[in-house]
Design a protein around this ligand. Structure first.
Ligand SMILES: NC(=O)c1ccc[n+]([C@@H]2O[C@H](COP(=O)([O-])OP(=O)(O)OC[C@H]3O[C@@H](n4cnc5c(N)ncnc54)[C@H](O)[C@@H]3O)[C@@H](O)[C@H]2O)c1
Length: 261
């Protein structure tokens, strides 16, 4: 018996990195998955990698920052799945820079995709989750929410907001049976962190050329040389949204190989 037999899941950010690894992990464990992403090319890549379980995967282009796209996308996904038990909100963007140089548009874009996008996906999914079986939502925070990562004010704020929202929602829906948890990844190879370890630029798109790297208290994991693959997070997401995580709600799990103790 797989943990996800007969479980129906929506995974955002399913076209790359951790969202893609999570979609593939849930499929491996028996789930029916709708993978959504703003990138059609990313979703095509996910479909190619899911050939063994292709009959249980469908994909949709959804921009989580666009209310109409989310309303339509979640309705279509729930109809395709015949209901909903699991929502994983992995879609996100990272923009870095000296905070005094960051435009309002750039700041608001990060909040819009990461925080507002997570809220919209949850708002539209809750009615179906309330009718689902052992419903669970896993949101994506970051180590940036709890540990000072310079040059990433908007990103850190968006992730802190996601953590706070996760706690609030866990309380609000506990009696109705929906569990809300968050993961705090760090030092994970993905589209977002491509090339980390080789240069300052690799710490995130737009990290200033003159970034003072001594401001980062610790740059790498203690457990191993280099970053872990996105599967290191996908396995924890799969646990949290399964019956194995049935007594976990309103909290976050840090997955960073000891980059932050
Ligand atoms: N990689 C890390 O070390 C790390 C650390 C902390 C948190 N995270 C979080 O993990 C999550 C997954 O990121 P990743 O590292 O796999 O990066 P990634 O760039 O590989 O994947 C992010 C995915 O989100 C999609 N996306 C971006 N904007 C979107 C939108 N408006 N609507 C729908 N999809 C959109 C992208 O197309 C991409 O497929 C993010 O929330 C990120 O903030 C990652």
């Amino acid at each position: 018996m797989n943990r996800y037999d007969n479980r129906r899941a929506i995974v955002t950010g399913a076209g790359s990195g951790i969202g893609q690894a999570t979609a593939l992990r849930l499929l491996d464990e028996g789930a029916h998955v709708v993978g959504v992403d703003v990138s059609q090319a990313g979703l095509d890549d996910t479909c190619e990698k899911a050939t063994a379980h292709g009959d249980r995967l469908s994909v949709q282009v959804v921009d989580v920052a666009d209310e109409a796209s989310v309303v339509d996308g979640v309705a279509q996904a729930v109809a395709a799945l015949g209901g909903l038990d699991v929502l994983v909100n992995a879609a996100g963007i990272l923009r870095s820079g000296h905070s005094h140089d960051v435009s309002l548009d750039a700041f608001e874009r990060v909040i819009r995709v990461n925080l507002t996008g997570t809220f919209l996906m949850i708002r539209e999914s809750v009615p179906a989750l309330l009718a689902g079986s052992a419903p669970a939502v896993v949101n994506f925070s970051s180590t940036s929410a709890s540990f000072a990562h310079p040059y990433m004010a908007a990103y850190a704020a968006s992730k802190g907001g996601i953590q706070s929202m996760t706690h609030t929602l866990a309380a609000e829906y506990a009696k109705q049976g929906i569990r809300f948890t968050a993961v705090q990844p760090g030092s994970i190879s993905s589209g977002m962190t491509a090339g980390v370890g080789e240069s300052k630029q690799s710490m995130g798109p737009g990290l200033p050329e003159d970034a003072d790297m001594s401001l980062f208290m610790k740059l790498g994991p203690a457990l191993q040389q280099g970053f872990a693959g996105p599967e290191a997070v996908a396995s924890v997401v799969a646990m949290l949204a399964s019956e194995d995580g049935a007594f976990i709600t309103g909290t976050e799990v840090r997955i960073d190989g000891g980059t932050h103790f």
